[in-house]
Ligand binder design. Sequence first.
Ligand code: AP5
Length: 285
Amino acid sequence: MASSTAAAAAVTSLLPPPVGAERPVPQGRLLFRASRAGSRPLRLNPARHHGLSPAPRAAKAVEAGKADPLNVMIAGAPASGKGTQCELIKAKYGLVHISAGDLLRAEIATGTDNGKQAKEFMEKGQLVPDEIVVNMVKGRLLQPDAQEKGWLLDGYPRSYSQAMALETLGIRPDIFILLDVPDELLVERVVGRRLDPETGKIYHLKYSPPENEEIASRLTQRFDDTEEKVKLRLQTHYQNIESLVSIYEDVIVKVNGNTTVEGVFGEIEKLLTSSLDKKTEMVGS
Ligand code: AP5
């Protein structure tokens, strides 16, 4: 990864890549069908075949400042569990969680011009233009806390052009986690999702219900969490994911997101701990 100073200097001079610029995906690498539904011939190694194993010393090494911090990207279809897993990852590994969706919703909530424009695209389940998203995320990524503690990038990049905006700065993840959940489960997850505006915690009316009546009474629903809109979001996801898979193929790992929250986190934990260990070994060698 580029040094934070060099990258911070570069970010100010870089224009975002053209909106929606896409790289044609080589035939041999077609991993998903571009439009939804059904089976996806994903040629990725599941976590258990990644040759990774858990090891406890990695976290200690980071504490002692012996290894560079971990940098993680997490992707997946709408409601595949990215936000839920990010909360757990953040709590265990101390990474700075940067969610493109949350940054955009914050812009909407404060009524900025960017927020107003972004909402129009989010309403349609489309990607918000790079002119708004790219510098917003890069700016957050290059802040000192993310550089010192490591980052956990959630929902960015989502297209070839967004990934290239990071590649240009030499910013790459140690690992790219792709959550895999069958499409038929995603609608149910979306319509049942609720958020606690006070704590930011993500609930589900069936799978992760609120702990008590007081919390239940204040839960809110996202404006794009309808069956109709999630189908559009899903289409957008499949239109873009192939190009990301090809860019990050050396660090991408597919994780089964169709188990319990704890089960999914268990898989992710093994991967992250192992990644940290690898970094520690590199420092020691
Ligand atoms: P964003 O907010 O990122 O939405 P998304 O990608 O559609 O993902 P979600 O937040 O809906 O789901 P999640 O995977 O985090 O699932 P969660 O953990 O909440 O983006 C919104 C919009 O912003 C986009 O459509 C786009 O317009 C725009 N945007 C964002 N990034 C952009 C970018 N880079 N460029 C351009 N535009 C961008 O879980 C969902 C539910 O399932 C919850 O209720 C949870 O409790 C439940 N659940 C989670 N895990 C499990 C489990 N294992 N079992 C059972 N239930 C579970």
